[in-house]
Design a protein around this ligand. Structure first.
Ligand code: SF4
Length: 313
């Protein structure tokens, strides 16, 4: 099996309903099809496994993903440039929603940088960058040049004191502590940041106290906004996450995550999760910054708060 594949697609910038519903962005641009960082909870292989490239190479999206084989599209910045004229200053482009624009394969081709630059130079739109890679610091010059129009997301699925535990769930991503170090540097240089606490899992984020710890970490990098989203039973490989945690001797966490699959357990988890997150946000005085994304219409929940985004309403 090769270390990576190149694919030529037709898409560049796309409207993004999922981003819009979350109040995060209006558009998205992905630097390829598959990221090489192997996060166990990643939904990308499930979303793109029908793409024709997998028949052509004779290997499934899931096999490639498990091997950390990335599939990138080096022509993406060209197509972004062609369509950017349609963007307005009110638009926000998320780079990327399905792949990491700064994983090793993309970084070798400067794909993240070229995509970001392509939007910024060819439109007045803003850009949100989503990456778990500390390689983002190599583009500090670009980020500083466009600091009014760019923000960089800090992905965090656990309080920093649990950074060792989550390595098994994010085996190819940069260490959480290293990420924090780099995001602090970005913030010190005036680059805007936001927090992505996603996917949240029981035990890994253990109630209000852990969420307080996460909010405190995000305040260290001056996050302007924080999106919080619980693990999704459809997309986030709940059983797989539980299995990996157990394989790495985090049995207690594995059991808690696996327990979400029992009848009514998920809804009860969501209820506790929402109240713990809201309470933590009030304590940390960041309630005005958070959005809690819930895959429900709110029916049966005894809480309604402006910071909750009910995806099914
Ligand atoms: S960094 Fe993002 S896109 Fe890459 S494997 Fe992890 S969750 Fe998936």
């Amino acid at each position: 099996m090769k270390n990576g594949y190149i694919v030529k697609r037709d898409v560049g910038i796309m409207n993004c309903t999922e981003c819009l519903r979350r109040g995060m962005a209006t558009h998205t641009a992905n630097v390829g099809l598959l990221c090489g960082q192997r996060c166990v909870y990643c939904s990308s292989p499930s979303r793109i496994f029908r793409h024709s490239i997998f028949k052509e190479v004779g290997v499934s999206a899931f096999e490639l993903f498990d091997q950390g084989v990335a599939i990138v599209d080096p022509w993406t910045p060209i197509r972004i440039a062609k369509k950017s004229y349609k963007l307005t200053k009110d638009d926000i482009v998320l780079i990327s929603s399905q792949t990491d624009p700064y994983d090793k394969s993309s970084s070798k081709l400067s794909l993240g940088r070229r995509c970001v630059e392509s939007v910024l130079k060819n439109s007045e739109a803003k850009v949100k960058i989503m990456t778990k890679s500390t390689a983002i610091i190599n583009d500090l010059d670009l980020l500083c040049k466009f600091k009014d129009r760019v923000s960089v997301g800090m992905s965090i699925i656990a309080p920093v004191y649990k950074s060792e535990i989550i390595k098994c769930l994010e085996p190819g991503a940069c260490d959480l502590k290293d990420r924090l170090f780099i995001w602090k540097r970005l913030s010190e240089q005036g680059v805007k940041t936001f927090g992505m606490v996603n996917p949240c899992m029981p035990g890994i984020i253990n109630g209000k106290d852990d969420m307080v710890s996460i909010f405190e970490t995000l305040s260290e990098i001056n996050s302007e906004a924080i999106w919080i989203e619980p693990i999704n039973l459809k997309w986030n490989n709940v059983a797989r996450c539980a299995e990996v945690l157990k394989d790495n001797r985090y049995n207690e966490y594995g059991e808690l995550v696996n327990g979400l699959r029992k009848k009514n357990a998920y809804k009860n988890y969501l209820k506790n999760f929402i109240s713990g997150s809201l309470s933590a946000a009030y304590d940390c005085r960041c309630h005005d910054k958070i959005k809690i994304i819930v895959n429900s219409d709110g029916d049966g929940f005894d809480v309604d708060d402006p910071s909750i985004v009910w995806l099914k309403r």
